[in-house]
Design a protein around this ligand. Structure first.
Ligand SMILES: Nc1nc2c(ncn2[C@@H]2O[C@H](COP(=O)(O)OP(=O)(O)OP(=O)(O)O)[C@@H](O)[C@H]2O)c(=O)[nH]1
Ligand SMILES: [Mg+2]
Length: 195
């Protein structure tokens, strides 16, 4: 009850902002969503079986034992007005059919890049460019990967100057959160440029 006796106005539901975390097989998408989510992330991991051999490109992913078969899902409450919903995409080519549905209504995307297999993020970049979904590139720095300067990554991926490129450690919540801050700034500037 409000102090004048009237019922309180119903509190508006917070707006949902949907963001995607994409990138090649094993780039760290599931790890990233798990680092920043305030709820236990939903993930659909399956053990990589011998059925993958010959079907999926397993080179360069070391001793990786599981892979995402549908999606990762996480949530971050920003304030009473906004909630971020994070959807991590599956990395393997055979799960491409999930992408159309996952990207429906997305505000923007993080494309995670592993510089040991940089070319693996081309399909994600193409997908978001074609659909007009604003994105940033976050280089997930694995210990044994050569450290490239962001401008070298920009040239290798043939990205325009407007696409922010940052480095991160997907396992570190602070680092992953900074990536989302960069994406949010990019979305605000992309939105204000288009009005
Ligand atoms: N050293 C290091 N390892 C990482 C980092 N991020 C992820 N990993 C490890 O890399 C492996 C792959 O990470 P995932 O998060 O499963 O990658 P993914 O992109 O979700 O993989 P798919 O869903 O199969 O495409 C896991 O063993 C992680 O623990 C990182 O920043 N540094
Ligand atoms: Mg995954």
């Amino acid at each position: 009850m409000a102090h004048n006796g009237d019922p309180e106005p119903p509190r508006a539901m917070p707006d949902a902002i949907k963001l995607l975390v994409a990138g090649g097989f094993g780039a760290g998408k599931t790890t990233f969503v798990g680092s920043v989510s305030e709820i236990d992330p939903l993930s659909t991991e399956e053990t990589i079986t011998t059925a993958s051999i010959g079907t999926d490109d397993l080179t360069g992913v070391g001793d990786k034992r599981t892979t995402t078969v549908a999606l990762d899902f996480g949530r971050i409450t920003l304030d009473a007005e906004y909630i971020l919903y994070l959807f991590g995409t599956p990395g393997q080519d055979r799960f491409w059919f999930m992408w159309n549905e996952l990207s429906e209504g997305a505000f923007g995307a993080v494309v995670l890049a592993d510089t040991r297999r940089l070319e693996d993020c081309f399909p994600s970049l193409d997908f978001f460019e074609r659909r007009g979904v604003p994105f940033i590139v976050a280089v997930n720095e694995f210990e044994d990967a050569y450290r490239y300067e962001p401008e070298e990554v920009r040239a290798a991926l043939d990205l325009g100057p407007e696409v922010p490129i940052v480095t991160c450690d997907a396992r570190d919540p602070r680092s992953a959160t900074l990536v989302l801050v960069t994406l949010t700034r990019h979305l605000i500037s992309a939105a204000s440029a288009s009005v």
